[in-house]
Structure formats: C-alpha cells, structure tokens
Design a binder for this molecule. Structure first.
Ligand code: ADP
Ligand code: MG
Length: 426
C-alpha cells in the first residue's frame, strides 16, 4: 500500500457466512474445539505457574455450552514455541489441563499423542463431566506447517469443528486451516463472536469522540493500524517509544531515546495529515528518563526536552494530566501499546495511570488490543473495568487493519444461497 492510500479500501466482512456453535447440533457428536490456551507462565518443570489464565477463562462459555449440549469434546491448542524434544517438559499442557479442570469442575484427560488411536477409543464413552485435551499441538511439526497429514489424523475423530482460538486466527496452521477444510460441519465459538463484535464496533460507526491511544515499541510495527485509525478517530494520544520518533520528526530534542530514523518521514507525514484533517495528535509534554535502558534510576523532565545522554522510558505526570483531559471527552477508546517500559516498576506509572483513567470513564467503550497492552491492563489492576480486552494481540491488529484472518476465512460460506442456519454449517 502506498503511504497515501486510505487503508479503508479493505472491507472486513465480520462474521458474514460463518456459523456459530449454537447453530450446530452437537448432541453425541465428536467435537474438536480449537482453543487458545497459550498462557503466560513463570517457573519451570513441576513448579510452573500460570500467571494469567484469561485465555482459559475466555474459552469457558463455548466449552460449557458444548458439554451441556451433549458433545463428546476434544480441545486442542498450542502453547509457547517448543523447538525440540527437550522442550516437551517446558511446554506440556499439564498445568493448563489442571487449571481447566478446576475452572470447569470437570475431568480433563490429557492425550499425550494426538495422532494415536487414544482419542478415538476414549470419545464414545466420555461422560458429560469429562473432556479430552490434546498435548501441545506444536509438539507436532505439522501444526505450524499446516500439514494435511496431521489434519487428517485429527479429522478421523472429528464430526464437528469449532474454532474459538481468536488469538491464533491469523495463522494458517493445521488446526486452524487444514483441519476445518476436511470437516463439513464447522463454525466458531462465543469468544470469537465477542472479539469480532468488539473490533467491528470500532470500525463501523463508533460513538464519537473516538480516541486511539498508541504506544509500544515501534512505529514500524503499527503503520497499517495507524493508517486505518486515521480514518476512524477524532484524536490520537501517543506514548511509548513510538512518541520519540514523532517528537524527533517535529525537530524536538529526544536525547538517546529510541527513534526509528527510517520512519521519521512517515511520522512527519502523519502529523501533516492529522493537521489537514482536523484530527488531534497529542504527544508527551514531559518524560520519565534514565541514562540507560537497564537503569532503575529514573528522573522526570520539566518539559518536552530530553537532555543529551538520557532516554525516555515512560510518559511523565504532566502528560498523564494532558491525556486525561482528552480521554475524559471520549465515548470510544482503542488502546494499543504501553506508554512506557511498564515491565519495570520505575517506568510503569504512565501506563498504569492511563489504565486507571480508562477504568473511570463513564459511558465510554474501552477496547484494548495487543499482547503487551493486554498484559499491562491486567497488571494495572483495571482489566475488569474495560469494555473488552482482546485475547489476540497479532490477530486483533491484523483484523483491525483490514487483513483477512485465515481462521475465519476458512469457515466462511458465502455462496448466494447460504444463510447461516443449522443446515448452513457445511
Ligand atoms: P502490543 O504487544 O500491545 O502491541 P508492543 O509490542 O508494540 O505492544 O510494545 C510493547 C513494548 O514496548 C513493551 O515491551 C515495552 O517495554 C516497550 N516500550 C514501551 N515504551 C518504551 C520506550 N519508551 N522505550 C523502549 N521500549 C518501550
Ligand atoms: Mg507486543
């Protein structure tokens, strides 16, 4: 796409032509449900701990629905990026199976070898309080290669395919793409419905004023989203490392802050386009700074200037107040990208303050997308007060920028006669 072309010429089709789980007869059917249980953990081996189980909790409505409607249920997910056989201990689904069992109050039977005869043998006699969970799908190299062989093996014990793994929908892997091609009855779960409805509400007639908060590591990662948002929003508030490329494009001194030199032209262009279209683009007016990235000795600048030898690692308190004024007016807010290096306590205040401001907005829709942004919202303690936090970082950004998600496209049935009814699940 050229830098000047509007991103909106890509039309998202939402959930058109895609069947939902509650439109498919599940009674006594062997249902394979692709979920996204790729959760953050800490520790190793038997002491491994899930630090955030949001993704498991988010899949519960579809899982419960399937069990309550008589499905013989098999769940499959990837977890981390296992590279070799030694990684099996690190990336086993065992802790996830345990956590899921607790949350569901059901017996989760872990299947070590998804390509064995075990699932086929166990499925017919499963009780309503039992379900199968396949070991990490990425233990099989065929998963990431979109292997038809792996898909065929899973298909041999699958009558109905459900995808509820929003966070994996942007990857054409075997359990996302090759497998549903082999199954006639297929659809999506409630989490994907919720995710797409939330993102669509930003694209189609968002209530105004609409402010996008942009931050994070790099401008270059976010150019397509910024372009898309340009057509939708009334204002941008910018933080994170991204802010310094914009400030530098305005000719302001940013010291040793992270600046993407090859994106200065884009940033300058964007500032001009915002001005021409009457859209505000707010930049930090003060900063939390340090001499090195690793340093925990932070200082705060008096104004926008970052002295030579220092780098900006968070937005400062004046910026928080400045952004608060803008955000208090908003009826719709989309947030992608932390305001600073929030993983370190010394540089987390700006990000957490923004989360607090959003949590206090009355009558506004607040949607958070992006893996680190979701983690930051969670760490701030304000996650529950947001309208929606996407469980998919990459997937939510790709969807918003108008890219087709392979996991949705493979389930779309757009033949003229096709309406999503019980029979429409072809
Ligand atoms: P998301 O995953 O939500 O899309 P990104 O991956 O774009 O967000 O950005 C998150 C990362 O940006 C975090 O790891 C954070 O430490 C980093 N970051 C934020 N502000 C700065 C900064 N001023 N300098 C360097 N890195 C930053
Ligand atoms: Mg990230």
């Amino acid at each position: 796409m050229s830098e000047n072309a509007p991103a909106n010429n890509k039309v998202t089709q939402g959930l058109k032509g895609i069947t939902r789980i509650d439109q498919i007869d599940l009674k006594d059917k062997r249902v394979f449900m692709r979920v996204d249980f790729n959760v953050p953990t800490e520790g190793k081996g038997s002491s491994i701990k899930i630090t955030d189980d949001r993704r498991i909790r988010s899949a519960l409505p579809s899982i419960k629905y399937a069990l309550e409607h008589g499905a013989k249920l098999v769940l499959g997910s990837h977890f981390g990026r296992p590279k070799s056989a030694e990684d099996r201990d690190k990336y086993t689904m065992e802790p996830i199976a345990r956590r899921l069992g607790e949350l569901l109050n059901a017996e989760v039977i872990l299947i070590d070898e998804p390509t064995s005869d075990a699932p086929k043998g166990l499925l017919p006699s499963l009780k309503p309080t039992q379900l199968l969970l396949l070991e990490n799908l990425r233990f099989d190299p065929g998963e990431e290669k979109n292997s038809k062989e792996l898909a065929t093996q899973i298909a041999s014990y699958t009558d109905v395919y459900i995808n509820d793994a929003f966070g994996a929908c942007h990857r054409a892997h075997a359990s996302i793409d090759a497998l549903p091609r082999l199954i006639a009855k297929k659809g999506i779960g409630f989490l994907i419905v919720k995710e797409i409805e939330a993102l669509d509400s930003l694209i189609h007639n968002p209530e105004k004023p609409f402010t996008a908060i942009l931050g994070g590591a790099k401008v270059s990662d976010k150019i397509p989203v910024i372009e898309k948002m340009m057509d939708l929003v009334d204002s941008f508030v910018v933080g994170g490392a991204m802010a310094y490329t914009f400030l530098a494009a305005k000719g302001l001194p940013v010291g040793g802050s992270r600046v993407e030199k090859d994106k200065l032209a884009f940033a300058g262009e964007m500032l001009k386009r915002c001005e021409a279209r009457g859209k505000k683009l707010l930049l930090p007016v003060d900063h939390v700074i340090a001499q090195t990235f690793e340093s925990n000795e932070a200082g705060t600048t008096h104004d926008v200037v970052i002295p030579e030898g220092f780098m900006g690692l968070d937005i400062g308190p004046k910026t928080v107040e400045f952004y608060k004024k803008e955000l208090s007016r908003a009826k719709t807010v989309f947030w992608n990208g932390p305001m600073g290096v929030f993983e370190r306590p010394a540089y987390a205040d700006g990000t957490f303050a923004i989360a607090k401001i959003l949590s206090e907005l009355r009558g506004a829709k607040t949607i958070v997308g992006g893996g680190d942004s979701a983690a930051a919202a969670e760490a701030s303690g304000h996650a529950e007060e947001m309208t929606h936090i996407s469980t998919g970082g990459g997937a939510s950004l790709e969807y918003l920028q108008g890219d087709k998600l392979p996991g949705l496209e493979v389930l779309r049935n757009l033949r003229p006669s096709a309406t999503p009814t019980l029979e429409g699940a072809q």
